[in-house]
Every structure is written in C-alpha cells, then in structure tokens.
Write a protein that binds this ligand. Structure first.
Ligand code: NDP
Length: 237
C-alpha cells in the first residue's frame, strides 16, 4: 500500500536518508526543511512525483502554519505518517555546571516545542487517514535509566534533558490520542554518522533508517507510547 509521509529536518543527515528510503519504497514524501533549496541532497531526490519539498522551520509557528496550508491544499485526503526528526545538539563544552538558561531554551525550542507545534499542526491531516502513526526521533541520551553508564563526553545536559522531555511528550500525545487509534512512539536511531553524530559514530545512516523503518512498518496499536531502538528492541526510558 502506498502511504503519504511528512518528515521534518529533511535537508541532511537522518531526515534526508528517511526521505531517500521511504521514497524508494514507492511512498509519497513531503520533505520538510528550513531551506530546501540549499540542500543538494534533497534537490536530487525531488522528482515531482513522490518526493516534494516544503519549507518548514520547526521553531516558527508561522512557518509551520504555511507548510500545513500548502500540504493541506495538495493532499486534502490526509497524511499517514509524521516523522518528527528535526533536532539540534549542544556544543561539546557544555556541561551541567556551565549550561546556561539560554542554551537550555535554544535546545528546548527545537527538540521539544518544535515537535509539539508540528504535531499539533498536522493532526487534522493525520486524523483523516487510518494509519495514524507519529514517530519521534529521540536519543539514548534522554534515557534517565542509563544516565550512569552514558559516555561523559556525549552528555550535554540541555540536549539530554530535551530528549527526556521529548520522551514524556511522546507518552502524553500517545495517551491523548489512544482512543483515536493513533500509534505515537519514540525511536533511538543509534549513534549514527551524521553532522550531529560525527565521523566516529559506529552506525551508518542507511542501517539506522532501514532499522527504524522496519519498526515503523510493524508497529500496531499495542506499540502506542512505546520506545524502540533502531534495531527493533524495546528501549529503556
Ligand atoms: P543533523 O545535525 O545531521 O541534522 C539535523 C536536521 O535537523 C537538519 O536537517 C536540520 O536542518 C534540521 N533542523 C534543525 N533545526 C531545525 C528547525 N528549527 N526546523 C527544521 N529543521 C531543523 O542531525 P541528525 O540527522 O544526526 O539527527 C536527526 C535526529 O536524530 C535529531 O533529532 C537528533 O537529536 C537525533 N539523534 C541523532 C543521533 C546521531 O547519532 N546522529 C543519535 C541520537 C539521536 P538544517 O540543515 O536547516 O540545519
């Protein structure tokens, strides 16, 4: 069955690889990016048939509204799947003693408020279809249960706290939308070679996305409010 996806942060990294793999499976993708025209990778995938780029800055309510209006006009029948992938990280020097309020707020704006705003905005289109899947891209660094064993070099409090908050937000949307048969869940993509993950990351983008898409295909109502590793196992909050 051919589905319609919207994917945020589609200009590079995991978002772009999501667009590549989802479209290669024959699905229709609305690739949302702050500056679609300056992403060569995305421009190469746009074909006017099943990959379309739409400008969306997850930090701007106006931009989200404009993106919704554009997509609503062309797919009034609704969208099947929303992938909230856009996210930002912190500078390596940020630690729990020096992290500023400004840094917490900067990271929260995108990683938490951006996901909330995008999800709220696109709910009317998701409600029109039966699929009703929302995948939020989280991180092991947001898992409170594994804080003690996390690599201290990668623990940047504003980022970790934002992903812990995103996990809670995922649960809140899952609970709120359960009666409507939505499946809202979070995934850890692995430590992946991207601009954010860096060159030393052990996981290739192609494997991370293939793994997450396998999970996305298989989730059912019982997975609403769950948390999965990209490899398919349930993950600890
Ligand atoms: P990248 O830094 O490579 O890419 C981030 C993407 O998010 C870019 O497309 C960027 O767009 C977009 N983005 C950032 N801010 C906004 C915004 N305000 N509005 C719209 N788009 C925005 O990161 P990854 O691909 O590695 O990360 C993707 C997701 O995976 C993130 O949520 C990240 O936290 C998570 N993750 C990644 C891991 C890894 O190892 N790579 C590990 C765990 C989680 P632009 O090009 O315009 O800047």
């Amino acid at each position: 069955m051919t589905l319609t996806y919207i994917i945020t942060g589609a200009s590079r990294g995991l978002g772009l690889e999501f667009v590549r793999q989802v479209s290669s499976q024959g699905h229709t993708v609305y690739a949302l990016a702050r500056n679609p025209e300056s992403s060569k990778g995305l421009q190469n995938l746009i074909d006017g048939k099943n990959v379309f780029a739409v400008k969306l800055d997850a930090n701007s309510e106006q931009s989200i509204k404009e993106a919704f209006d554009k997509i609503n006009k062309v797919v009034p029948e609704g969208i099947d799947i929303l992938i909230n992938n856009a996210g930002i990280g912190c500078d390596a020097s940020v630690n729990v003693e020096n992290a500023t309020k400004q840094e917490y707020m900067r990271i929260f704006e995108t990683n938490v408020c951006g996901v909330s705003d995008v999800t709220q905005a696109f709910l009317p289109l998701l409600r029109k279809r039966d699929t009703k899947k929302i995948l939020n891209i989280s991180s092991v660094l947001g898992s409170i249960s594994t804080t003690e064993t996390a690599n201290p070099a990668s623990v940047k409090p504003p980022y970790c706290v934002s992903k812990a908050a995103l996990n809670m937000l995922t649960k809140m949307f899952a609970n709120h939308l359960a009666d409507e048969k939505f499946i809202v869940y979070a995934s850890h993509p692995g430590w992946v070679k991207t601009d954010m993950g860096g060159d030393n990351a052990p996981v290739e983008q192609v494997d991370s996305i293939a793994g997450m898409l396998k999970v996305l295909d298989s989730v059912t109502a019982k997975d609403n409010g769950e948390y999965y590793n990209y490899t398919g196992e349930k993950f600890t909050w």
